[in-house]
Ligand binder design. Structure first.
Ligand SMILES: [Zn+2]
Ligand SMILES: [Zn+2]
Length: 228
């Protein structure tokens, strides 16, 4: 694995955990350990003795905090939030090699750190690596109404806004319907205004005709009188 692949896998673990806790704020201890194991955590570190209910609560709180950070769309505010995490939870960086991974960077406080602190420090490092590598935020919360799912995606092109093609399509269809409704509404309002104007115009014309009629009668008066 290259450095960036290592960085990306830590980011993937971060987003998966933050998303799992966002979707289920009370995600049980076993749900967390299953997720951690899937992301390569040593099973010996995940036994009920090594990863307690208190550790689970600690990790859930950290995951919620990272979920908020992942949902922040502003690049500068995100960088500031990452710096704040480094200031609070990071130790001096060190290269380490464990569990079959190649040499990679750690900034957590090691064994002194609880699971929450470890998660915040490791998550901040993973996101900082992605931000500096791509020069922009490559994560986010889905913008589709009622979704909000956290995602990771550093593909080329414009910044991603949706968690999936399904959400992107649904939002496109909804936006199209909104536009159609707005157009229909505008057309309806314009129609009503036109009808009103026509009525006003008709009334004015009638008034003018009436006025002209009076004038005409007056004008034709002598003629009619003469005719009689
Ligand atoms: Zn490591
Ligand atoms: Zn979505």
């Amino acid at each position: 694995m290259t450095d960036s692949a290592q960085g990306f896998s830590a980011a993937r673990r971060l987003v998966d955990l933050a998303e799992a806790v966002r979707a289920d704020p009370g995600l049980p201890r076993t749900g967390l350990t299953a997720l951690l194991a899937r992301h390569g955590e040593n099973p010996a570190d995940l036994t009920p003795g090594a990863f307690t209910e208190a550790d689970a609560a600690d990790l859930r709180a950290a995951a919620r905090r990272m979920a908020d950070l992942l949902a922040e769309p502003d690049e500068d505010r995100s960088a500031e939030a990452l710096n704040a995490l480094f200031a609070q939870y990071a130790a001096r960086p060190r290269l380490t090699r464990h569990d079959g991974h190649p040499w990679h960077l750690h900034v957590d406080r090691g064994d002194e750190a609880g699971w929450g602190e470890w998660f915040l420090a490791a998550g901040a490092l993973a996101l900082a690596q992605l931000l500096t590598e791509h020069g922009r935020i490559v994560w986010g919360a889905c913008a589709a109404a009622g979704c909000g799912r956290l995602f990771l995606g550093g593909g080329p092109g414009s910044a991603r806004r949706y968690c999936s093609g399904t959400c992107a399509t649904r939002e496109r269809v909804a936006a199209h319907r909104r536009r159609k409704r707005a157009e229909a509404g505008a057309a309806g309002a314009a129609g009503a205004r036109a009808a009103e104007a026509a009525e006003t115009g008709a009334a004015e014309a009638a008034g003018a005709r009436a006025a002209a009629g009076t004038g005409a009668e007056a004008a034709t008066g002598p003629w009619s009188g003469a005719g009689r």
